[in-house]
Ligand binder design. Structure first.
Ligand code: ZN
Ligand code: ZN
Length: 127
C-alpha cells in the first residue's frame, strides 16, 4: 500500500519536472505538488528525487547557494546559473559542446557531461 502511494507520487513528481524548464529545487516541487497531494511530505519529495536521479530519469544540478536543483531533461545540455537570483537556465547546445565528446575521446568514452556557466541573468544585469 505504502509503496503504491510512493510510486504514484513519484510519477507526479517526474511529470511535473518534465513539464517545466526552471530547474526547481525540492522545496519548489513540494509547494507545487502539495496542492494535488496534500499528504505529501518534503521528505517524500527528497526520497523520490534521489531515487529518480539513481534511475537516470532526472538530473541534479548544483544551485548558486548550495541548494540542489532538478532537471527533468536528461539529454546532455549546458546550464547558466544566475549568481544573483539563483535562476537556472538551459543553454542552447553549440557546436563546441557537441564536439566535446569527439575531441576528448582519447581519455575514454564520455557518456554524459554537465557544464555550468555562472553570471548575471538578463533581469539582474539590467538592475
Ligand atoms: Zn538573475
Ligand atoms: Zn536543464
Amino acid at each position: 500500500m505504502g509503496e503504491l502511494k510512493y510510486s504514484r507520487q513519484r510519477e507526479a513528481l517526474l511529470k511535473e519536472l518534465r513539464s517545466r524548464r526552471d530547474h526547481p529545487s525540492a522545496e519548489m516541487l513540494y509547494l507545487t505538488l502539495k496542492k494535488e497531494y496534500p499528504h505529501m511530505s518534503l521528505g517524500t519529495v527528497y526520497r523520490n528525487l534521489a531515487l529518480l536521479c539513481e534511475l537516470g530519469e532526472i538530473k541534479k544540478i548544483p544551485g548558486n547557494d548550495g541548494s540542489e536543483r532538478y532537471d527533468g531533461f536528461v539529454e546532455a545540455h549546458d546550464h547558466f546559473v544566475c549568481s544573483k537570483c539563483g535562476k537556472v537556465m538551459d543553454l542552447e547546445p553549440t557546436a563546441e559542446t557537441a564536439d566535446r565528446k569527439i575531441k576528448n575521446k582519447d581519455i575514454g568514452c564520455i557518456e554524459d557531461y554537465s557544464l555550468i556557466y555562472y553570471g548575471l541573468c538578463k533581469d539582474c544585469y539590467k538592475k
